[in-house]
Unconditional design. Structure first.
Length: 280
């Protein structure tokens, strides 16, 4: 009986050891994979930024990088999150906006790479072209001052206004308009994210909407806008990181993937020219 019990105990111990050996081996493999994979936390606007990043996720996984995407609905919080180190990078803003935020808030951020341009569009429920706008028409635009120079430059190119000769166009404001033959009125009281709803409500005579908000609201900039910013716009949307992080392996890998032919083709096919990829 004692011999039988001893044999049973030896077999039981052997099974436990074998089981532990298998478990440790499996965990070791998983641990190595986990340790070998770097997580990159990035904040982005829903459209098109997060959509582009989601397309890039599998390509980054092949490089051992897990992309953790947080979406934001405004233009303020993503930079605050980057400053507080809640995220490693953000992808939602163009270069002039980034520079203005750095100056205003003292952010020590850098542009790690330009990814795409979103041509800003003029939308109207009342008129089919800019030429149709009547005298005294109300133009509704974002309250974001860094966008004002961009919008005014576009309206100047379309022949609606003339800016002062000595003004730097990227930082132009309403006060820098020198000639306004149609006596257009400018309403700049609205957050950029609200502009599609303002347009759908039929407010104003024309509404200037950033393409990311337009697309997110179901608008097609190429079909619904009565005028669209030219593709040579300098307002490139970039990956922003804290100064020094641009040299990190995972940031360089992210830029490389976003500049890849696969992602560039995705942008062109997905947005049909409403979003234009760049490599700079």
């Amino acid at each position: 009986m004692k011999k039988w019990l001893s044999t049973l105990l030896i077999v039981a111990v052997a099974l436990v050891i074998a089981a532990c050996g298998t478990s440790n081996e499996d965990e070791g493999g998983s641990g190595e994979g986990s340790e070998g994979t770097k997580t990159l936390k990035i904040g982005a606007s829903n459209v098109p930024h997060a959509e582009i990043l989601n397309e890039a996720k599998p390509l980054l996984e092949e490089k051992g990088i897990e992309l953790d995407i947080t979406t934001f609905q405004d233009y303020i919080v993503p930079n605050q999150a980057l400053e507080s180190k809640d995220i490693d990078a953000n992808y939602f803003q163009h270069i002039p906006y980034l520079e203005s935020q750095k100056e205003e808030h003292g952010y020590d951020f850098v542009n790690a790479g330009g990814i795409h341009i979103e041509p800003i569009g003029v939308y109207s429920e009342k008129y089919d072209s800019l030429d149709d706008l009547p005298e005294g028409a109300t133009i509704i635009m974002s309250s974001s001052v860094p966008d004002h120079g961009r919008i005014l430059t576009m309206l100047e190119k379309e022949g609606l206004i003339t800016l002062k000769a000595d003004v730097e166009k990227t930082v132009a404001t309403i006060e820098d308009i020198e000639d306004n033959p149609k006596k257009l009125k400018f309403d700049t009281e609205y957050e950029a994210s609200l502009l599609p709803q303002i347009y759908n409500n039929g407010e104003g005579d024309a509404v200037l909407i950033n393409s990311n908000y337009a697309i997110d609201a179901g608008l097609n900039p190429l079909e619904d806008a009565i005028a669209l910013e030219a593709e040579e716009s300098p307002y490139v949307n970039v990956i922003a990181v804290r100064s020094g992080d641009e040299d990190k392996e995972e940031i360089k890998a992210l830029i490389e993937v976003l500049h890849s032919q696969e992602i560039q083709d995705f942008i062109l096919e997905k947005y049909n020219g409403a979003v234009v990829p760049v490599k700079e």
